[in-house]
Design a protein around this ligand. Structure first.
Ligand code: URA
Length: 302
């Protein structure tokens, strides 16, 4: 058992050193790990300190990992962000132009794994609401479309709850590629890491161009990375301090809310869903969408 624990902690340390901040672990595995860690802690427990804590050098790295500051992100290698001057023309032509530029951009191409895709936003060119997320994940880099994995499926249901379809709105990301972690040749990347400030700065002109083309009435920033990308990294400390409030980017009102993946993370409860839903109600009100009593009351019960 101890050997298995050591193997897991070594692997987590290795991933952390590479800049990986999250790894996907099933609920079943978490439950098993909790049992193993608890049994191990009981065996190695030291007398409690005055604060009641029994932190020891033996505390499994698995437990300590979560409480430490995030590992530094990979070293910088990107050129300066591109300067984009959109050509004249209608929305269709201009979007085709930026799509061609981004999908064939040598820097974007160099940052995706062979066989994976660079991802640009999708949706209605007349959208009144633009959703902005963080970066493509495993599913998105395969399909070349934002928000098609589990978080994307939840986002689609959230949009449905607003009485809209995915095709009514526009969905973009701060990043156009999935931030990579070093992975043995031929192996699949496990988990995602947050983009570096430099990566975000490089991709931001592509998002600005899409906002300029679509010209939505308002933007919904999904999660901390999207909020940092749009409002600036130092503009807030905790996402909870700014969510639910209107901010601004490129003269557009921005509603900041939690990322759908936060709602998928345990504990999955109605309280979290209600917070996000209240933010979306504000978006619906501002864009003068009809709101039924049923919609107003979503996630209030239970
Ligand atoms: N999460 C994001 O932020 N964007 C995607 O496209 C998919 C998942």
């Amino acid at each position: 058992m101890r050997t298995a624990l050591n193997a897991i902690t070594d692997e987590l340390k290795r991933l952390k050193a590479m800049g990986v901040k999250t790894v996907a672990v099933s609920d079943e595995s978490v439950a098993t790990l909790r049992r193993v860690v608890a049994a191990h802690a009981l065996k190695t427990q030291k007398p409690k300190t005055e604060t009641g804590k029994s932190e020891s050098a033996d505390t499994p790295a698995l437990v300590r990992l979560a409480s430490k500051t995030p590992a530094p992100t990979p070293a910088s290698k990107l050129p300066a962000p591109p300067v984009i001057a959109l050509p004249a023309g209608d929305k269709v032509a201009r979007l085709a132009w930026i799509r061609d530029l981004v999908l064939n951009h040598p820097v974007c191409a160099a940052n995706v794994r062979p066989g994976s895709k660079v991802v640009l936003g999708v949706g209605s060119l007349d959208a009144k609401i633009m959703f902005v997320g963080e970066a493509p994940g495993a599913e998105e880099e395969i399909q070349g479309e934002p928000f098609v994995g589990p978080a994307g499926q939840l986002l689609t249901r959230m949009i449905g709850g607003m009485g809209l379809k995915r095709s009514d709105i526009y969905i973009g990301n701060i990043m156009n590629w999935r931030p990579q972690t070093p992975t043995p040749a031929g192996a699949e990347q496990i988990g995602n890491r947050a983009p570096t400030a430099e990566e975000m700065a490089f991709c931001l002109p592509f998002l600005r161009a899409q906002i300029e083309i679509v010209n939505p009435d308002m933007i919904v920033a999904l999660g901390s990375t999207a909020a940092q990308g749009l409002l600036g990294a130092g503009s807030f400390k905790n996402l909870g301090d700014i969510r639910g409030k209107w901010a601004q980017f490129m003269d557009k009102p921005v509603m900041v809310t939690y990322h759908p993946s936060y709602l998928l993370r345990p504990p999955v409860d109605n309280w979290k869903k209600r917070l996000v839903w209240e933010d979306l109600l504000k978006v619906m009100e501002r864009s003068e969408l009809p709101i039924s009593d049923k919609q107003r009351g979503y996630f209030l019960d239970k």
